[in-house]
Design a protein around this ligand. Sequence first.
Ligand code: GBH
Length: 448
Amino acid sequence: MTRQFPAGFLWGAAASAFQTEGAAAIDGRGPTVWDDFTRAPGKIRNGDTADVACDFYHRYPEDIALMKGLGLGAFRLSTAWSRILPSGRGTVNPLGLDFYDRVIDLMLHEGIEPWICLHHWDMPSPIEADGGWRNRDCARWFADYAAIVGRHFGDRVKRFVPINEPNVIPWVAYNVGRHAPGRQSREDTVKAIHHINLAHGLTIQAVRAEAPGAEAGNIVSLGPVHPAVDDEAHRAVLPLAECIWRRVMVDPLWLGTYPEPLATEIEPHIAEGDMAVIRQPLDFFGLNHYNRVYVAPTDTTMWGLIERVPPPGYPLTDVNWRIDPSALVEQIEDVGSRYGHPPIYITEGGCAFPDALRPDRSVHDPDRIAYFADYFTALAGAIENGADVRGYFAWSLMDNFEWNSGFTKRFGLVYTDYPTLQRIPKSSYYWMRGVIAKNAVIPPEGRP
Ligand code: GBH
């Protein structure tokens, strides 16, 4: 059955600076924690680095043409803090601003609205050396950078978000240690939680001051949390998992409070007035949703918790995430009811599959088409039932540097042929173009 989306529904795609730009040492860009992390042995599959990545830095005109060909209304990118401020603070690098000027101006020329996320995990190395998110001053340094971006681009950019998925940082970068900077200290993590939230609030204030008239929101990665095995030991870790994964980086922004069981531990790091700074009025809630998260107790991580593959029997993507559109609907309902029914944008959603380039250099990805068809059908149903979802950003326009997996996992609608850097639209790209043109999801053959 064809499902229509409301008029004005915003179709977008998302990507981030570190995962796509490359040009790591070009035009004055400073080093980041992820440049350092990718050089540490054993952290990234095949020892891949993002020095070149998709070379978006040089090939952005071709990529913006692909956005336009798809019919996108918006594209979400991140600005690289270390391109604009090579040391994270101090002197501005005009070549960094020039690059984003070129990208933003071309997008606007093609009728594509730029959404700017100020930080997608690529912290400047000198800031990390000065304590990174463990240092309370980091929140102020970040807001200073945000003010520069807001001032420079605010005449043209109308949507800003401070930090991509702040909830991933304490969990993955500090608890599991799989993401840069790969630390494992409980006290540092608790500090980072509060300082990241503080940075969010100060940044919203800076953006409001420097880019009046622009909208600002948050972006967080959320999905229902479940025990990996249905027994008492697994159920026992659920409250902590729920708090760390879903609440501790969201409740303070929208409700002004920290949730238990972590609130007591965070308390000593809160200065007077902090909670009011963190709780700024926001124009939208950016929800990245991929999957239901399955957790288990472990003694190998600081929190005593770890994410596991789902129990057997469920359909999975190439990164072992469960395919289940009802999880998106559940998550949207949770955000709506807990945070007072804000306008929601799905700021990321998508799937990895082992796409292969055929001898005729085409890429056929029916699994991705089926995935999006089923998720869009569920989403359209949720909207019909009253959910206030205003747009959907596919992750991602093209295959890119997938963090620990390097270039081995492909999320794109466009295939990136890394040896040649050629871009090859997959069959899902052409299917998605139809969805956007009709503002409706038409199930592919064989789907109801
Ligand atoms: C998004 O994160 C990111 O914003 C984006 O950059 C990324 O490319 C995209 O997903 C696809 O992965 O096994 O303990 O290390 C999604 C949320 C959080 C999912 C971290 C993977 C790894 C947990 N991600 N999680 S662990």
